[in-house]
Design a protein around this ligand. Sequence first.
Ligand SMILES: CC(C)(COP(=O)(O)OP(=O)(O)OC[C@H]1O[C@@H](n2cnc3c(N)ncnc32)[C@H](O)[C@@H]1OP(=O)(O)O)[C@@H](O)C(=O)NCCC(=O)NCCS
Length: 154
Amino acid sequence: MSAVLDDPMFHLRPMRDSDIAAVMAVELRAYPHAWTEGIFRDCIRVGYQCWVATRGDDLVGHAVMSVAVGEAHLLNICIDPASQRQGLGRRLLRRMLRCAGELQADTAYLEVRAGNVAAQALYESQGFVQVGQRRDYYPAGEAREDALVYAKTL
Ligand SMILES: CC(C)(COP(=O)(O)OP(=O)(O)OC[C@H]1O[C@@H](n2cnc3c(N)ncnc32)[C@H](O)[C@@H]1OP(=O)(O)O)[C@@H](O)C(=O)NCCC(=O)NCCS
């Protein structure tokens, strides 16, 4: 993680429409079930918190969160596989949680695939606790995968 903390080229900023092609490239590399361009476009249009992580000229990650009536919902957080395990995901998550607090949210929620142990470890390291489980929530090839619901008081 210190590699990133010391990296003057690393930067977090709001996502723009012009970022979406680069965001999609990361999304497709990182997820077997990726969002579409249209979803990102809609999230920006409706005013969700949409952020990107850049390193120099490269876009290396993104996150999307909705905030309303005191609740923040982290809808997506993603780091390019080539840039994972360097502390970027944690920095991006912390930034999103700061945003949520600034927008008067008192609780942050998210859902994560039951098999996504990397993301679960990240969330738990930031104080999220599992508060529920949705059976067969996500598509997973021919089958379905449970979602674990996590929450954190801000
Ligand atoms: C989950 C994800 C965002 C983590 O980003 P990252 O930049 O690699 O994570 P960081 O380097 O900041 O790691 C933070 C903590 O997360 C946990 N973690 C991250 N990757 C992990 C892995 N492969 N295995 C186990 N724990 C992991 C560790 O607790 C780590 O802390 P540590 O380095 O002190 O041990 C990244 O793996 C990713 O984009 N995955 C694909 C998309 C995705 O699944 N998003 C979440 C959807 S709910």
